[in-house]
Ligand binder design. Sequence first.
Ligand SMILES: Nc1ncnc2c1ncn2[C@@H]1O[C@H](COP(=O)(O)OP(=O)(O)OP(=O)(O)O)[C@@H](O)[C@H]1O
Length: 364
Amino acid sequence: MKIDSLARNVAVSTAGLELHYGATPVLKGIDVALGQGKTLALLGPSGCGKTTLLRLVAGLLAPSKGSVSIAGQVVADAASGMFAPPEKRNLGMVFQDYALWPHMTVGGNVSFPLEMRGIGRAERESRTMHALERVGLSAYAGRRPSDLSGGQQQRVAIARAIVGEPQLILFDEPLSNLDRELRENMVGELAELIASLGLTAIYVTHDHSEALTLADQVAVMRGGLIEQLASPDELVAQPATPEVADFLRLGGIAELQNRDACWFFGNSDVALMRADHGSAGTRSILIPVSAITPGEIQQDRVAASVLRSQFRGDGHLATVSLIGADQVELQVLSRQKLKPGDGVGLSIDLGQIRWFENSRHPHP
Ligand SMILES: Nc1ncnc2c1ncn2[C@@H]1O[C@H](COP(=O)(O)OP(=O)(O)OP(=O)(O)O)[C@@H](O)[C@H]1O
């Protein structure tokens, strides 16, 4: 194994990583580097390759091209054929379905990885109790997993993943089997646990709020590629593409056309604002929820019709379509309840609009 002294504080990195199933490319060239003690979320829609990337880091799959390094050591390299199996990578894994052994006690489950490593009984017992204490389950060591709730079972899986004090912990949608309330509580707990243990973690999820809550860096993936890799703050403030903005639900995405010195929504007659002569013919924009103030329909407002609305804690979040450009859907936050079919006038703060360089549209 090669030690890269320049990369000592890089906990995990990939270079030109590709994975093909036969002729089908699933990952098309992934370059990431994650610092010690940091959490990286892999976020993206179903089938974009998140789990495949995690499995390549874990050593459950070998790359078709490129390499994976952990703590400066190459653990897989397609060119040389070098491949370290999972048990040689010093990592912990937590899966969606907990993967606990039903015939063993909670304590037995947690101590199993230590037993596999040949660690003696006394040390196993003290480390197991310590790991269970860390997840708040020391009183449950003698119980069977089936006696525990879903949230408690997932904590047992986390205790089992940290008991060996791994340098890296991999989470594959660990909360997706829990109901919404428990999931929301556990996101915060997990973030706290990861921080207090100083873990380096990779966390796969398709839930943007989980990713933005937990991670220091978020890789938004699409079609086997990373579309944007950035901190949560940067992603929200500066989504690189309309697709990223749409996936993070930052607001409404629209395509504008420059005609007669005005920016119109698509090829409709609904104008948003004046345009400079000579500016590009077509641009995609993000109109954040915070840029729109809803009110009565009147002359200087963009008229829209409510499609659906949901209460979300601080108001009613409605999806509206523009009258005269009904392919454009925007998100509006309203104090009053809006019902499907209601007419609403939108005051749009043009200063908050984000203009994208490209002219791609997320809903072809
Ligand atoms: N063994 C396999 N053989 C062929 N194709 C596969 C295999 N495993 C995964 N794929 C394909 O690879 C692509 C990426 O799968 P992957 O599980 O990494 O996606 P994902 O982003 O994690 O999605 P999800 O959130 O649904 O788990 C998918 O199109 C999937 O159908």
